[in-house]
Design a protein around this ligand. Structure first.
Ligand code: SAH
Length: 239
């Protein structure tokens, strides 16, 4: 069973959205487990203090190293990656999600306030991961994002195993556009929109070709960064 552990000041946030739908069913079926551990349990004083003012001054509070470190030591398992959710971290990716899903699980440390004492990151060799170039109020939603990405990649969680391989990012391209019935649909603007002809042609080869063209076009236009990367990768393969 793939095991996710979250260290958090708000354990009641979990499983939250991960208790529903695909991830929720997999949780009930025992495909994965989720344990949310309250960092405050490891506080050293009777007030349950978990944070303190930053050395050097400045706004906000910092999560205390002694408390957080005790919490990490209590739940860390050999071979399970120890991750700190952090806007400074390496951008999370489908590739990293795949790696993590292939392992035994994850330990996800959720920051709050201004963040955590730097020495904890060093002492536990925490891998810092960011879910995007924006600032959240805490690491919990970021941790759920990582878990959700991993869980849907676990064997048996997604309906069709094939549906993962053509998805966005799996091969450095975004996904092609989807259509379903009705074949002709009029939106609120009164314009009649038809499903692209090729999709109703029944010609699988042409459909695949059209979809690949769409993926390339959409990636090139919307994500020049991904597109540049893919072009380089192709050139290297050819060498
Ligand atoms: N002072 C910090 C932001 C703290 S936000 C800074 O300027 O970088 C509080 C906590 O939310 C962080 O410790 C982290 O655990 C989480 N968090 C915020 N934004 C995040 C992001 N983009 N990715 C992952 N975690 C994030």
């Amino acid at each position: 069973m793939w095991r996710a552990t979250a260290l958090t000041l708000f354990p009641e946030m979990f499983p939250g959205p991960l208790g529903l739908s695909l991830a929720g069913k997999a949780l009930k079926d025992g495909v994965w487990s989720l344990t949310a551990v309250d960092i405050r349990r490891f506080a050293k004083d009777r007030h349950g203090t978990v944070d303190d003012a930053p050395f050097g001054g400045g706004a906000g509070m910092v999560m205390k190293p002694d408390v957080l470190s005790a919490a990490i030591e209590a739940v860390a398992e050999p071979g399970v990656p120890k991750i700190l959710l952090s806007p400074r971290g390496a951008p999370f990716s489908q590739a990293r999600g795949r790696d993590l899903a292939a392992g035994p699980g994850v330990l996800l440390v959720c920051g709050r306030f201004e963040g955590v004492d730097e020495r904890v990151i060093e002492a536990h060799a925490l891998e810092e991961i960011s879910v995007g170039d924006f600032v959240l109020s805490g690491g919990e939603i970021a941790a759920m994002t990582v878990m959700d990405c991993c869980v849907r990649l676990l064997p048996g969680v997604m309906g069709e195993p094939a549906s993962a391989s053509e998805e966005s990012f799996e091969d450095g391209l975004l996904e092609y556009p989807h259509y379903t019935r009705p074949a002709i649909w009029s939106g609120p603007d009164g314009i009649e929109r038809r499903v692209p002809e090729v999709l109703v042609s029944g010609h699988h080869g042409k459909v695949a070709e059209w979809r690949m063209k769409q993926r390339e076009e959409i990636t090139r236009r919307r994500r020049p960064d991904l597109w540049a990367h893919r072009r380089t990768a192709t050139r290297n393969e050819e060498k």
